[in-house]
Design a binder for this molecule. Structure first.
Ligand code: 4AD
Ligand code: MG
Length: 463
């Protein structure tokens, strides 16, 4: 007897093989003298059809208990399926119900539920076809990411989740404290006395592992992080989470061009890998969620991304034959309607916008010779908007110090980061990929809360 996952049985199981499967019941159909049950163990979209005849021990009792949602174990022999719809099915010799699911109260009955409703049952929604497909694709994306970097000799480094610095300087930080909030120590001026807190200073959940990734790149040349990041931005949108996963490669001896080339090859690799590993799930998304996802994947894999400067982008937007809600002018940040116009209407493919005004970008980005712009790059994706943000980093100590001060930060707080420019500085570059945004892009799922198992967003931290 072999224990085997259902995906493997459906792929390569042969008649007469004895198998044991364990999973959850999706449907039950009773016939005279026997019953069909469909068992799913999460390994594939399709479940295994099990035929249980009335000769199987305890049949009557089993039939009563085996409703949608119940957990079962079935042992038996594979037979070629006479019916259309599946190649092979399982003829049960023995059946066990581990846990029943009351048909009156089990929320996932055999009908289509809205994603909004499924969000309210986050502990059960992974048992649906849609979320099964999403989380298998999410897993494949993560594997593709590690494969891409490991094949290229990048070191996976683990950067801290608790930090004292605000990498992006946007002030969107969640505080971390050991204080009892009912009795917070204060100094003579009645300010919170952080010297008495756990770390002796204010600390936060990290918004990005970049600064520490730069430290590691200055020893290992090419590194990447892949971990959770946190932003207390109060954006209730379909593209923002308060807790999301970010992938941040950092490369020594690399400029903006190298950064863009790597980012483009990286996205192509992820799409290729997922198309290869999850064809059934991708087909499902194309049929049920967004009928452009397969074409989009082909487009990503086979075409070069568009590359334009911010200044060119602004000119194109000013000339555009559409009325934007927010006006465009050189110096202001691109709004999502502008980003979408560029990559959806104008170029119809991922678009890399480079050299943004220094004033609207983070302190660490390398100042261009004109001193007006920085060597930044954002990759904009159709329907998603910004999927990657990156830059060449400022490697010149004096310029970096100036930029830190200009952005209202204190050089002494960043002494270790500035030290990297004192001891063996090199041109270097990196970027951050929003992991959930790439899963969204891949699957066509409309809301980012539906591509992470347990979404964290304003007023939402259930499960
Ligand atoms: O553009 P961002 O803020 O860049 C950084 O954090 C840099 N330190 C990255 C680097 O150069 N190493 O964020 C990077 C990406 C964005 O392009 C977006 O895809 C994603 O992270 N992102 C979010 N995803 C979900 N929810 C949010 N609230 C996000 N904020 C950013
Ligand atoms: Mg950004």
């Amino acid at each position: 007897m072999i224990e085997i996952r259902i995906a493997e049985i459906l792929r390569s199981g042969e008649p007469d093989e004895s198998v044991k499967v364990q999973g959850w019941v999706r449907t039950k159909r009773e016939q005279k003298g026997f019953a069909f049950i469909e068992v799913n163990d999460g390994s594939s979209m399709a479940g295994l059809q099990v035929v249980v005849s009335e000769n199987v021990p305890d049949y009557e009792n089993f039939l009563k208990k085996v409703n949608t949602g119940a957990s079962v174990e079935v042992s038996g022999v594979l037979v070629a399926s006479p019916a259309k719809g599946q190649r092979i099915e399982l003829k049960a010799d023995s059946v066990t119900v581990y846990g029943e699911a009351d048909p009156e109260t089990y929320p996932l009955q055999k009908k289509r539920h809205s994603f909004e409703f499924l969000r309210t049952i986050g502990h059960l929604r992974s048992r649906t076809n849609s979320f099964g497909a999403v989380f298998r694709v999410r897993n494949a994306c993560a594997t593709a990411i590690h494969e891409f970097f490991q094949e290229r000799g990048f070191l996976w480094v683990h950067t801290p989740i608790i930090t004292a610095s605000d990498c992006e300087g946007a002030g969107e930080l969640f505080s971390v404290t050991g204080f009892n909030l009912k009795d917070v120590p204060r100094n003579d001026k009645q300010e919170v006395d952080y010297t008495k807190d756990f770390f002796g200073k204010p600390t936060y959940l990290t918004v990005s592992g970049q600064l520490e990734a730069e430290v590691m790149a200055m020893a290992f040349s090419n590194v990447y992080t892949f971990g959770p990041t946190f932003r207390a931005e109060n954006s209730n949108t379909s593209r923002h989470l308060a807790e999301f996963w970010m992938v941040e490669p950092e490369m020594a001896f690399c400029d903006l061009k190298g950064d863009m080339d790597l980012a483009e090859a990286f996205l192509k690799h992820i799409f290729k890998y997922v198309m290869e590993k999850c064809p059934e799930d991708m087909e499902f998304f194309n049929q049920r969620i967004d009928n452009t996802v397969l074409a989009t994947a082909e487009n990503i894999i086979n075409n070069q991304f568009e590359r334009i400067t911010y200044t060119e982008a602004v000119k194109l937007l000013e000339k555009a034959d559409v009325k934007f809600e927010y006006p465009v002018s050189w110096g202001s940040d691109l709004q999502s309607e502008h980003e979408r116009y560029l990559c959806e209407q104008l170029f119809q493919k991922p678009t890399i916008v480079t050299n943004y005004p220094a004033k609207i970008k983070a302190f660490y980005m390398r100042l261009d010779d004109d001193e007006q712009t920085v060597s930044a790059m954002d990759i904009l994706a159709p329907k998603i908007g910004e999927i990657i943000g990156g830059s060449q980093r400022e490697e010149r100590l004096d310029v970096l110090e100036r930029r830190v001060i200009a952005q209202g930060m204190k050089p002494e707080d960043l002494w270790w980061y500035l030290d990297l420019r004192r001891f063996g500085t090199v041109p270097h570059a990196g970027f951050g990929l929003g992991f959930e945004r790439v899963v969204q892009f891949m699957t066509g799922m409309g809301n980012i809360r539906d591509v992470i198992p347990f979404p964290r967003a304003p007023l939402s931290a259930d499960f």
